[in-house]
Design a protein around this ligand. Structure first.
Ligand code: 1VU
Ligand code: MG
Length: 349
């Protein structure tokens, strides 16, 4: 770990100074596309206009023979597209792969001024972030970039979960962390083959009422990801960076996808990955606060004046703590309203 005074110094001569605070920009969905796929590439300008973050994926889901085409395809589409307020991210290959060095060198050199965040998969500890941190500083200096590229880690190994707090604190470049449930399940040897979501076998069962153990006992499916998401949210919130839920692989089950995204939203995540166009609107709906919650938050904050004391609103006690909860809701609503005129009208702030 660098000493506190050195933490905000550039890691290479000529590199831009690290940012002290991670800028909060609307981040309800990170939309993945395959830059080696010409058809998907052609949709990027239209999709970029609809999403908060668009991400060119170079890692898993890209065939080995397409790795270079994906890298070059991302350079091509980034150069040709005006992303406006939408963030452009890349998911590079894993740090133990033969491609990641060329991914970073090519992308920072060719399109560094357009790249907001590099997503790093399979991060296991602070050492992985330190490696990327120094390399990015060297490349930024060489490319003459004036703004640092931020880093987002995927939490998808048991070792990464063990070290999540040190990962979140590893560098001022850290923008956030996403839960990667598929690789994490494999790393932990969990016995689910699903990409995110629940499992009907992971449940609790009501007690029996008599000797009959088999009938009349309601079961409740539990959330396989609750512990990890909650831990990730604490690590992120404790370091002023942003937590995200990752992929939901059952594209056709839009209902369960919405449930998974909402659980993450309620626990503190700011967004989730969209793997297919149908998941974009789900994320937009879930990660934008309900106008009724925003109206309630506004009422509480106005009634609380300087934020101290206690008041009764609609039969409920509100005080300093619940006022802070309402401010969280209002701050998010205001940030989203600036980007989305429909939400601005619905929130009426
Ligand atoms: O109607 P059209 O034919 O013009 O277009 C298709 C399709 O090309 C398009 N589409 C997309 N466009 C932009 N971004 C996307 N992510 C995207 N996905 C599809 O939409 C139209 C309808 O598509 P479809 O329903 O026929 O679906 P396909 O069979 O074409 O594609 C499905 C997959 C899942 C293969 C595709 O959506 C995809 O590749 N998504 C991204 C997958 C990914 O990035 N995976 C890695 C992250 S998850 C992880 O790492 C751990 C599990
Ligand atoms: Mg993965």
């Amino acid at each position: 770990m660098r000493n506190p005074r050195a933490f905000l110094r550039p890691l290479a001569v000529g590199a831009p100074a690290p940012v002290a605070d991670v800028p909060f920009r609307p981040s309800r969905m990170i939309h993945f596309f395959d830059p080696s796929n010409e058809k998907m590439r052609s949709k990027v300008p239209d999709i970029a206009a609809k999403v908060d973050i668009i991400l060119g994926n170079l890692e898993d889901a890209i065939k080995t023979e397409n790795k270079e085409a994906a890298r070059l395809g991302l350079v091509e589409v980034a150069r040709a597209t005006d992303f406006g307020d939408t963030q452009l991210w890349v998911r590079v290959n894993s740090l133990d792969s033969p491609w990641v060095l060329d991914d970073l060198i090519t992308l920072v050199t060719e399109i560094g001024e357009k790249l907001d965040v590099v997503m790093v998969p399979k991060v296991e500890g602070a050492q992985d972030i330190h490696y990327v941190d120094r390399l990015l500083a060297q490349l930024e200096a060489r490319a003459g970039l004036t703004r640092p590229i931020l880093v987002h880690a995927i939490l998808e190994t048991a070792e990464g979960v063990t070290n999540v707090e040190e990962i979140a604190a590893a560098s001022p470049r850290m923008q956030g962390i996403s839960l990667g449930p598929a690789d994490l399940a494999a790393s932990r040897r969990m016995k689910t083959t699903r990409v995110g979501g629940g499992h009907p076998g992971y449940l609790v069962r009501q007690d029996p009422t008599g000797d009959d153990l088999t009938t009349g006992r309601t079961t409740y499916q539990q959330d396989l990801w609750h512990y990890t998401i909650a831990r990730m949210v604490d690590a992120c919130a404790g370091n002023d960076i942003l937590p995200f839920y990752g992929p939901f692989g059952d594209i056709k089950d839009v209902v369960a996808c919405e449930d998974q995204f909402r659980n993450a939203f309620l626990l503190g995540c700011v967004g989730a990955w969209s793997l297919h166009p149908v998941q974009i609107d789900i994320a937009k709906r879930v990660f934008s606060p309900d106008p009724a919650d925003v109206a309630h938050a506004k009422e509480v904050v106005e009634a609380m004046g300087d934020g101290s004391g206690a008041v009764m609103i609609n039969g409920k006690m509100e005080d300093d703590a619940s006022c802070k909860q309402c401010i969280v809701m209002l701050d998010l609503a205001k940030a989203l309203a600036e980007r989305d005129p429909e939400l601005a009208a619905a929130y009426d702030l």
